[in-house]
Ligand binder design. Structure first.
Ligand code: HEC
Length: 140
């Protein structure tokens, strides 16, 4: 019995190590940063708007986290649903799903699908990174 317990704990530790082996920030830098600037103020967006390819990630994070509201205010459920939205959007972006404001959508168009460019672990890691990176960081 004890052996089984040790074995299962070891397995979960290994599974966890494997999951966290992917660094979400590295994924952002290699797969998202060419379009989404990490952090920028609204004033600087106005100045750089012509050169921008997509809304900055600080805006994306605030939009998605702010628009997804969980009935009983459960933080874990909120994190889960926000991450599901992000992971789905990477593969299947769609005008109907976008929370982007109409002016930005008109300028940038809908995000091109990144399907096949990220492994499941990379999508998980980057979604987790987006959730935590902008904790308390407002787009203003
Ligand atoms: C080739 C450019 C490009 C790349 C690369 C890209 N995006 Fe986007 N993304 C966009 C554009 C443009 C939009 C705004 C239009 C829209 O909502 O579809 C957008 C919107 C989004 C949205 C929806 C925001 C909302 O408010 O609804 C999410 C989430 C998102 N991107 C996440 C990512 C992540 C994560 C990556 C990297 C894995 C990534 N994007 C890579 C161009 C890109």
């Amino acid at each position: 019995m004890k052996k089984i317990f040790v074995l299962t704990s070891l397995m979960s530790v290994l599974a966890f190590t494997q999951l966290s082996a992917v660094d979400g920030y590295e994924v952002y830098k290699s797969k998202c940063s060419q379009c989404h600037i990490e952090n920028i103020s609204k004033a600087d967006v106005v100045k750089n708007f012509a050169k921008m390819k997509a809304p900055p990630m600080v805006e994306v994070a605030n939009q998605v986290k702010g628009n997804i509201i969980i009935g009983d205010d459960d933080d874990d459920v909120h994190r889960h649903v926000v991450k599901l939205f992000i992971k789905d959007y990477i593969d299947n972006p769609l005008l109907d799903k976008s929370m982007c404001n109409p002016m930005a959508l008109e300028k940038f168009g809908v995000m091109p699908s990144q399907k096949g460019k990220l492994t499941a672990d990379e999508k998980e890691a980057v979604a987790e990174w987006i959730y935590d990176r902008y904790d308390g960081v407002k787009f203003q």
